[in-house]
Design a protein around this ligand. Structure first.
Ligand code: NDP
Length: 234
């Protein structure tokens, strides 16, 4: 079974691991990248998800290459950490614009083909921080919590057309995003994780691939934590 899969922000980190996981099992996988080159062996389209025109163009290219998107993984995201009193309007809106509005944009465009086909899988990459909160990340946590309400609304809206919409909420994963933290911050985080370590990007990819598999056909509107136990109870 080869499906048309699109992963946003699939040129590095968690998105790249997700794209490789789908490609390994024979799916046709496209990734979006903002700059640089597409990763080797994957079909890349240049796209900044904050620009509606670029999103439209990216979908056209993907559809031409591998047909309408059947599995969408909305993974692209950014942080702009700052304590509330120092957080500018720009810091807040840039994070919301990428993580929440950008996701709305790519999901809306993918749903068109899925509604027509009467099937589809949508997986949104949120974060444990969206449920737990995090000092210095009010913008990021708000955007990631927003994805949960967004996904659950779509689960209700699109369910009758055999389209599922789920959220994966990773804990701390070893990528460029977390490599930006100091050694002290990293040690502090690990001390709070029951499994006592960061996740590998492939461990997030495994949950995403499961949600897109036939075995997960009856799962929708779910939030699946992949966080080493950090967010237990939420
Ligand atoms: P990285 O910073 O390593 O990668 C982020 C990806 O998103 C890059 O591919 C980047 O593209 C892309 N991206 C950012 N902004 C845009 C945009 N406007 N348009 C298109 N693409 C964009 O992050 P991770 O791999 O760590 O994170 C991936 C997702 O997982 C994010 O949504 C993040 O919030 C979430 N997450 C990460 C955790 C972690 O611990 N790392 C924990 C929980 C959630 P480019 O290369 O062009 O910049």
């Amino acid at each position: 079974m080869s499906r048309s899969v699109l992963v946003t922000g699939g040129n590095r980190g968690i998105g790249l691991a997700i794209a490789r996981a789908f490609a390994e099992t024979g799916d046709s996988v496209a990734v979006t990248h903002r700059s640089g080159e597409a990763p080797e062996g994957l079909f890349g389209v240049r796209c900044d998800i904050t620009d509606p025109e670029q999103v439209e163009q990216a979908y056209k290219q993907v559809e031409e290459e591998q047909g309408p998107v059947e599995v969408l993984v909305a993974n692209a995201g950014i942080t702009r950490d700052q304590l509330l009193l120092r957080m500018s309007e720009e810091d807040f809106s840039a994070v919301l614009e990428t993580n929440l509005t950008g996701t709305f944009r790519v999901v809306k465009r993918a749903s068109r083909g899925m509604l027509r086909a009467r099937r589809g899988r949508i997986v949104l990459i949120s974060s444990v921080v969206g449920l737990l909160g995090s000092a210095g990340q009010a913008n990021y946590a708000a955007s990631k919590a927003g994805l949960v309400g967004f996904a659950r609304s779509l689960a209700r809206e699109l369910g009758s057309r055999n389209i599922t919409c789920n959220v994966v909420a990773p804990g701390f994963v070893d990528t460029d995003m977390t490599r930006a933290l100091s050694e002290e911050q990293r040690a502090g985080i690990v001390a709070q994780v029951p499994l006592g370590r960061y996740a590998e990007p492939a461990e997030i990819a495994a949950a995403v691939r499961f949600l897109a598999s036939p075995e997960a056909a009856y799962i929708t509107g779910a939030v699946i934590p992949v966080d080493g136990g950090l967010g237990m109870g939420h």
